[in-house]
Ligand binder design. Structure first.
Ligand SMILES: Nc1nc2c(ncn2[C@@H]2O[C@H](COP(=O)(O)OP(=O)(O)O)[C@@H](O)[C@H]2O)c(=O)[nH]1
Ligand SMILES: [Mg+2]
Length: 198
């Protein structure tokens, strides 16, 4: 694991609170409990950078994290249970829509999904949203440690087909075994254009 410098830049309910920055941004999305906070923490090797609690839907705002002075990770609220009620869905799109529309430095999206579960309708909608915004899309399949190798491969095929993405967009991850992090970083680096040719 590499050392990463990481700090919270801003917490935003609306565009006026987005941080002033010209660095590339990657948004992390996923349903509540998919393992998004844990994944962000593991990616930067921090225990508590992104809140990683057990209460679904705890974060309701956009959290911007500055990482290594080269990229900003934007942590979006978890969707899932809550998005089904109209009021929460409205709040979610009010938060997210302008960000997708106007944040020019937004370059990529990491969709965090539990590798034991089929992607939800909301995951599919999120992918379509990311495509419409011309984002590079990476699927982080979390909790891979909970599956056997063959189950994992089977599930990844279902996830890939349900989301309509190519196999190389999927990365199996485990925050317990710390696997998938180098692969995820390689993707992020290529999206933000900092990968160096050997
Ligand atoms: N076994 C295992 N559990 C995980 C992993 N990632 C997250 N979890 C657990 O899944 C639950 C939800 O994680 P959290 O990061 O809070 O999900 P979020 O709601 O998407 O931010 C917590 O109990 C985590 O400890 C993983 O890679 N392996
Ligand atoms: Mg969380």
């Amino acid at each position: 694991m590499q050392y990463h410098d990481a700090k919270l830049l801003a917490t935003a309910a609306a565009a006026a609170q987005w941080p002033e920055s010209s660095l590339p941004e990657i948004i992390f999305v996923g349903r509540s409990n998919a393992g998004k906070s844990t994944l962000i923490n593991t990616l930067v090797n921090r225990k508590n950078l992104a809140y990683s609690g057990k209460t679904p839907g705890k974060t309701r705002l956009l959290n911007f994290f500055l990482i290594d002075n080269k990229v900003v990770f934007t942590d979006a609220p978890g969707y899932g249970y809550a998005i089904r009620d109209a009021e929460s869905a409205k709040k979610f799109s009010k938060l997210i829509d302008p960000y997708f529309k106007y944040r020019d430095q937004l370059k990529g999206m990491v969709l965090v999904t539990d590798s034991r579960r089929e992607p939800s309708k909301d995951d599919i909608a999120m992918i379509e949203y990311g495509r419409a915004a011309h984002l590079n899309i990476v699927i982080a399949c979390t909790k891979a440690d909970k599956l056997s190798r063959s189950q994992l491969l089977r599930n990844m095929k279902v996830i890939r087909e349900t989301l309509g993405v190519s196999a190389d967009a999927l990365i199996p991850c485990s925050s317990i075994e710390k696997t998938g992090m180098d692969e995820l970083w390689a993707k992020i680096d290529s999206v933000i254009g900092t990968d160096t040719l050997q």
